[in-house]
Design a protein around this ligand. Structure first.
Ligand code: MN
Length: 467
């Protein structure tokens, strides 16, 4: 392959068709990717707008569905938070496509490392065997592993807007409630794959804040009622307006990392100082960033994974405060609803492999952050009143793929049903109280690609000629 862009475009076209490219082409793409990645710091700075994606795990056809729902590269900027390979049948095509896109459009796509981008893990969970099967040798696997060693450990998204431009689309059929006037600032929108609005959540609603006190119960997943304005949110979120940031504070940055935090890392600068160009170690800061999980605990805990740690809300809030972050976005854990916000929306898990392992029955999600094109963050409350306002539902639905009884109730672990008490309590505890307004968050939720797009035989390949 020459260095011409047209060869790369051909490779991209071939991979989009889910056909592997020749070994010598893989070697060249990997070499070029490494040249690019070696220039990146451990924490890449990414400007909004950007669409943040979680685990892919070799589910190539679902990656195509992700691009259909979220927009193609380079029209949409993407940030993938690792775990491109293993488990699914098409790790090779999935990773190489993303890598080719990275080489072709370096400023449009950011790839950071997951715990599966490792020699040891891919040997056990499928990618090694897949390469051996598709090429007859481990050469391609070796080239890919060399790229893994150069992937960044995290990304910092800057310039995200604190409010969303409301989507101009119809409510989803599953939505049984009326559209209220859109005169509030949108904090969260969730759309289905047909671009229909599943729900819309306002950061701050002056009408809502003087109408009702927070309800004492969390919304039941099957209830068709609109949740009362309170410290509760839709499934997957822990939407809250309990921010006590100073008026006019624009949103802080968003840290993206595959797993989570590390007890050895209290500042982002310490991530920058790590020597990342190596196989993922079994312990230490680099390992923790790729392996840890948030959990409903105080402080740090041992992880059942045998690598990384569990970390609680206090850890996240302190870290975000100290590093001027409004949100941590991470992947690494299957979420049936595709995404899950925790700890008063200080951290979110994004999961982008629908029907994980072709049998988990989950939906997937991607997270879109808009560019802050205005000074809205500076002018939106002239009286400076921030802390007491309650969020308000503008368009609510408790029906649909994003709400289910499979998991705990919306806002679980967030003290739902006790918003005021929690806020009061939070004012008196030792966790720093100045919390950034999070970015406006648009979640696009999608299901697994249709079976017939997988190139697998249909169940009944007969009798169409009667139609
Ligand atoms: Mn993972």
């Amino acid at each position: 392959m020459s260095s011409g862009g047209s060869d790369l475009d051909k490779a991209i076209a071939q991979l989009r068709a889910c056909r592997p490219i020749p070994e010598n082409q893989v070697r060249e793409v990997c070499y070029k990717a490494r040249e690019l990645l070696i220039e990146e710091g451990n924490v890449v700075t990414v400007d909004a707008p950007v669409t943040i994606c979680g685990d892919i795990h070799g589910q190539f056809h679902d990656l195509m569905e992700l691009f259909r729902v979220g927009g193609d590269v380079p029209d949409t900027n993407y940030l993938f938070m690792g775990d491109f390979v293993d488990r699914g049948f098409y790790s090779l095509e999935s990773f190489l496509l993303l890598l080719c896109l990275k080489v072709r459009y370096p400023d449009r796509i950011t790839l950071i490392r997951g715990n599966h981008e490792s020699r040891q893990i891919t040997t056990v969970y499928g990618f090694y065997d897949e390469c051996l099967r598709k090429y007859g040798s481990a050469n391609v696997w070796r080239h890919c592993c060399e790229v893994f060693d150069y992937l960044a450990l995290g990304a910092l998204v800057i310039g995200a807007s604190t409010t969303l431009t409301p989507t101009d689309g119809p409510p989803a059929p599953t939505n049984t409630t009326q559209l209220a006037p859109l005169d509030s600032e949108i904090e969260i929108e969730t759309l289905n794959a047909a671009n229909e609005i599943m729900y819309r959540y306002a950061r701050d609603s002056s009408q809502a804040s003087n109408s009702q006190q927070p309800s004492t119960q969390s919304p039941s997943a099957s209830s068709p009622t609109i949740p009362t304005p309170s410290n509760i949110g839709p499934a997957g979120t822990s939407a809250t307006s309990s921010s006590s940031g100073s008026p006019g504070t624009p949103g802080g940055a968003i840290l993206c990392v595959h797993g989570g935090l590390s007890p050895l890392i209290d500042t982002i600068d310490k991530i920058r100082l790590l020597d990342r160009k190596q196989e993922v170690p079994h312990e230490g800061a680099m390992c923790d960033l790729l392996w840890s999980d948030p959990d409903e605990i105080d402080g740090w805990g041992l992880s059942p994974r045998g690598a990384g740690f569990l970390f609680g809300a206090d850890i996240v809030k302190c870290f975000n405060y100290k590093n001027d972050l409004s949100l941590i976005a991470r992947a690494h854990q299957l979420v049936m609803e595709g995404f899950k916000e925790m700890f008063e929306s200080s951290i979110v898990t994004v999961w982008s492999a629908p029907n994980y392992c072709y049998r988990c029955g989950n939906v997937a999600a991607i997270l879109e952050l808009e560019e802050d094109g205005s000074n809205a963050g500076f002018v939106r409350r002239s009286n400076g009143e921030r802390g007491a306002g309650a969020g308000g539902w503008i368009l609510g639905s408790n029906v649909g793929p994003n709400t289910s009884n499979r998991h705990s109730s919306p806002g679980a672990g967030n003290g739902n049903g006790n918003g005021n008490a929690n806020r009061l309590g939070a004012l008196t505890d030792s966790v720093p109280q100045r919390r950034r307004d999070g970015p406006g968050r648009r979640y696009r939720v999608f299901e697994a690609a249709p079976q017939d797009s997988r190139g697998m035989p249909a169940k009944k390949p007969v009798a169409d000629y009667f139609l």
